[in-house]
Write a protein that binds this ligand. Structure first.
Ligand SMILES: Cc1cc2nc3c(=O)[nH]c(=O)nc-3n(C[C@H](O)[C@H](O)[C@H](O)COP(=O)(O)O)c2cc1C
Length: 192
């Protein structure tokens, strides 16, 4: 069986982002069941159609990374009940066709997780992200999604996310997403 490639996309560019730390814990949980990388995209410019063709080099790089992935796993914070603008900008670039080929995000299996310091736990942001990904014809795994409120209750003395109560839910989501992606591959789906 081919080894799966999971690409994590974190909606925060912050160095110590709790969502980035959540992605790192997901990587640990996935272990040797799949390759798991975090997409670096801080250098992707704001979308300006004056520079759509040829695309800027960082855009080509992220498109290739998404195309090569069997599944995309989003880890996003919530800004004002929405997902951050940096993530919208990235997805807008991914939504454009590449020459005569379909956008790289079409049919791509996607999972969504997120955490915030407050009580809303990214539920509103995730709903907006589902709407966008569905519009783009990505293949979203709606159950389970993971929302973790009050992340500061699950960090250690150094502010590192340890996920005391929520780890089992992240484990369940990892199991479900690997099965979701594997099934798409077996059915010849998955946008590759
Ligand atoms: C502009 C802005 C708006 C925010 N809006 C929300 C919100 O709507 N709901 C929420 O739970 N937290 C909100 N927060 C707090 C974030 O959840 C918190 O900063 C979180 O740690 C960001 O994620 P990160 O650690 O991955 O960067 C907001 C933060 C910022 C900077």
């Amino acid at each position: 069986m081919k080894r799966l490639k999971i690409l994590a996309i974190v909606g925060s560019l912050r160095k110590d982002s709790y969502n980035r730390q959540l992605a790192m814990l997901a990587k640990e949980i996935v272990g040797d069941r799949a390759d798991f990388e975090i997409l670096e995209y801080a250098d992707v410019p704001l979308l300006n159609q004056d520079y759509e063709t040829p695309p800027p080099e960082p855009v080509t790089r992220v498109r290739e990374a998404v195309k090569a992935a069997d599944g995309l796993w989003f880890f996003t914070p919530e800004y004002n009940h929405y997902f951050p603008g940096v993530l919208k900008n990235l997805i807008d670039w991914l939504s454009l066709p590449v020459g005569k080929s379909a956008p790289v995000i079409v049919k791509k299996p996607c999972a969504i997780s997120g955490t915030t310091t407050g009580m809303h736990a990214t539920a509103c942001a995730q709903d907006h992200l589902v709407t966008l990904l569905s519009y783009l014809d990505a293949d979203v795994m709606n159950k389970p999604r993971l929302t973790i409120p009050y992340i500061l209750e699950q960090v250690d003395d150094q502010g590192r996310v340890v996920l005391t109560q929520s780890r089992k839910y992240l484990e369940r989501q990892a199991d479900a997403f690997l099965a979701f992606v594997q099934k798409r591959i077996e059915c010849g789906l998955g946008g590759k």
